[in-house]
Design a binder for this molecule. Structure first.
Ligand code: NAD
Length: 687
């Protein structure tokens, strides 16, 4: 005979708001109606099972929701630790009842919130435990559940406030069926459910049934007791062999509960265990830097939570003065190892350090298909990274964003390089997961490694002149030291009249390579040959009659010469940016795009070759000026490791933020007109 625990609603009321259902319902319940509805449920269950009662207590209006008392398996009771103080008073009464009724009571550490059978539902064949987290219970509690119950725990993340407990949107039924409302869960949880429950056994609820608490049902053998179900749901349940018994529980729904919430099943037998128990995965991370004043700490915490994990701050030392660094150690918890690795990769990207587990080498997997990495490959970021191979740390050569790390450990010392996916060869070994990896965030001129995401600054118009002064100073310093500055530029430079200034910068030796697309070259050449840009006279800002043809005539004439350098040699091109490049032996790379006219002979329409050409010219760059080309600037940003000073100038703050927001402390964003910027810069340099 099945056994249930219930608690009469003598003191039931909505007297506080701890879930969205309670809003607007304070003191709006009818005690008489609640008692009547509860009694009917009680009587119904009694026809199928034994019901035991725990004494209700004044001042604890939610106590009738006995499902939240704890979780039972055989003779073990894991006592709930309520998240909200309003319900914490219930704990002692439930603990006493469990102890008095022969259960061994397990108590979670303080702050490890867990709300009992409201958030933990046994698969009806006892193959595993489904456990919810995200609103009331903490993911960390699942570790204790699997340890104490010796059961596989499958963690499901709840993402809709209305379904704050797992039992409000998820109901395992006998014969392996599951009734649930998928939109209450995040995508990985929905995938996990689909992996475990075959489609023919999944009964998917409509929103209407879900908000009528159809999932909050008590399943005894082939009976399903619930508040209300739509006709299609009833038919679905009937087809699956269940008989639906509706009993109105509207008073309890005002507090966010229904049939299942009002009961706790006491006889949960166990099936013999099969196989190993995958448990929730954890790893410690370390952060160092200006964690508070630059919002890094909250950013890290958000990243963990958004990705479905949870954290515990193990240690935090706040720097006491403005220049002091803060340090933190966080324990990150994820539902499984794969999701933990995903979260750790995100955290490494924002600059977290994984304390190296000194005994762990990087996990390597072999490439099986040309140009395709193993599924769990580690995706690189801009930070200098080291990989542990055969007990030794190796720096990654050619570090860049969005690559894979290839390890050749047949040779000593091993060779560790960053490679693009398309360059991967069958048989190469690629780093997978996050073990045996560490990233170094060394800031120029500083001894300590520092964690500084978004240390990059984005300047508004008012600060432009000041920033230009600093850039000019740095450009002069680099030129005098024989350094390398690369300019990435879009055609707006020409439209805004900045072409002459950029040409002057090249002539004066401030630029060592130029990257762009077809357009900057075409517009610059048109400007040099006809004085117009897309047919507009730049001196007067007026369209020129027939000027629209200048653009294509330019392309045609340069094509006739065989290229830009030839146009210079043949005297067709006598000024402008590209003229200065040819004259000053400043190499340039033009990457093609689908919107290109012509193109010019130099424009590389094979994008892989264009990327390679960009990469070559970027090698050894110390500063990159990105001038009003979103496409090419982002492309270049992805190829550039940390440590290179980036200056991004664009009129659109979103573009500037996107580029400055890549974790590099060395980047400066300037929101302004590029023509104005170039003229200010030149003026500074000529002062
Ligand atoms: P893009 O959209 O990538 O970047 C243009 C950027 O300039 C934008 O971010 C915009 O906010 C910014 N901007 C606009 N006005 C500005 C101003 N006054 N000051 C500062 N910033 C300003 O476009 P793109 O780089 O010009 O071109 C993308 C691709 O299309 C390139 O490959 C280019 O060669 C090609 N294209 C070809 C032709 C052609 O062949 N005729 C013409 C245009 C573009």
């Amino acid at each position: 005979m099945n056994r249930y625990l219930m608690c009469a609603p003598e003191f039931f009321d909505v007297s506080y708001v701890i879930n969205p259902w309670m809003e607007g319902n304070i003191n709006r319940t009818s005690v008489a109606l609640a008692q009547d509805q509860w009694q009917r449920l009680y009587d119904l269950i009694k026809t199928q099972a034994t019901v035991e009662l725990v004494r209700p207590q004044p001042g604890l209006p939610d106590m009738p929701f006995a499902a939240n008392a704890g979780l039972i398996l055989e003779d073990k009771a894991i006592l709930s630790r309520f998240r909200f103080p309003e319900r914490q008073g219930e704990e002692q009464y439930f603990a006493d009842w469990f102890a008095a009724n022969g259960f061994t009571v397990h108590t979670l550490p303080p702050q490890i919130f867990f709300e009992g059978a409201g958030d933990a539902l046994l698969d009806r064949d006892q193959r595993w435990l489904w456990a919810g987290y995200g609103h009331r219970s903490l993911l960390d509690s699942h570790l204790y559940l699997s340890k104490w119950l010796e059961l596989e725990v499958l963690s499901l993340r709840l993402v809709d406030d209305r379904f704050y407990h797992l039992d409000t949107c998820f109901c395992p039924l006998s014969q392996g069926y599951l009734m649930y409302y998928p939109l209450a869960f995040d995508e990985p949880s929905r995938r996990l459910i689909a992996q475990r429950i075959p489609p023919e056994k999944r009964l998917v609820l409509s929103e209407r049934d879900a908000v009528n608490f159809a999932c909050n049902a008590v399943n005894i053998e082939h009976f399903v007791l619930l508040n209300q179900a739509s006709l299609p749901l009833k038919e679905q349940l009937n087809r699956a062999g269940f008989e639906v018994l509706e009993t109105p529980l509207t008073e309890f729904m005002k507090a966010g509960g229904s049939a299942k919430c009002l009961t706790l099943r006491l006889n949960e037998p166990r099936q013999p265990l099969t196989g190993a128990l995958p448990v929730v995965a954890q790893r410690t991370i370390e952060l160092e830097g200006h964690l508070l004043d630059s919002n890094l700490m909250s950013r890290v915490m958000d990243t963990i939570q958004d990705a479905g994990g949870s954290f515990e701050i193990l240690e935090f030392h706040a720097g006491s003065r403005q220049q002091d660094l803060s340090r933190a150690q966080l324990l990150v918890t994820a539902p499984d190892q794969t999701r933990l690795d995903e979260i750790l990769m995100l955290l490494i990207d924002v600059g977290a350090r994984l304390p190296a587990i000194e005994t762990l080498d990087a996990h390597l997997e072999v490439v099986r298909q040309q140009g395709v990495a193993p599924d769990e490959f580690y995706i690189t970021n801009i930070y200098n990274t080291e990989v542990r191979v055969h007990g030794q740390w190796y720096p990654v050569q050619g570090q860049r964003m969005d690559g894979a790390i290839v390890v050749d450990d047949h040779i000593r010392p091993a060779q560790v390089t960053c490679q693009l996916l398309r360059d991967l060869q069958v048989g190469q070994k690629v780093v997978c997961g996050v073990d045996g990896l560490r990233t170094l965030l060394k800031r120029e001129g500083r001894e300590t490694e520092e964690f500084t995401f978004m240390g990059a600054s984005v300047s508004s118009e008012r600060r432009v002149e000041l920033v230009v002064e600093q850039i000019a100073w740095e450009l002069r310093r680099l030129r005098d030291q024989g350094g390398k500055v690369v300019v990435v530029a879009g055609p707006v430079v020409i439209h805004t009249g900045g072409g002459v200034h950029l040409a002057q910068l090249i002539r004066d030796g401030y630029v060592q390579a130029l990257l762009g697309g077809n357009a900057i070259a075409v517009h610059d050449l048109e400007q040099a040959m006809y004085g117009t840009s897309l047919g507009v006279d730049l001196q007067r800002g007026m369209p020129v009659r027939g000027g629209h043809r200048h653009h294509l005539k330019t392309i045609n004439r340069v094509r006739a010469c065989g290229g830009i350098a030839q146009a210079v040699q043949q005297g067709l091109l006598t000024g402008g940016i590209f003229y200065e490049c040819v004259q000053g032996n400043v190499p340039f790379a033009l990457a093609g795009s689908i919107r290109d006219d012509g193109p010019l002979p130099e424009t590389q329409m094979d994008l892989i070759k264009a990327q390679e050409h960009y990469g070559k010219l970027l090698q050894g760059a110390q500063m990159i000026l990105m001038l009003s080309s979103m496409l090419h600037s982002i492309g270049v940003g992805n190829m550039t490791p940390a440590g290179v000073k980036l200056v991004c100038v664009d009129i659109n703050p979103a573009v500037v933020t996107k580029l400055a927001d890549r974790g590099s402390v060395e980047s400066t964003g300037i929101v302004t007109d590029v023509g104005l910027f170039l003229s200010l810069l030149l003026r500074q340099l000529q002062m």
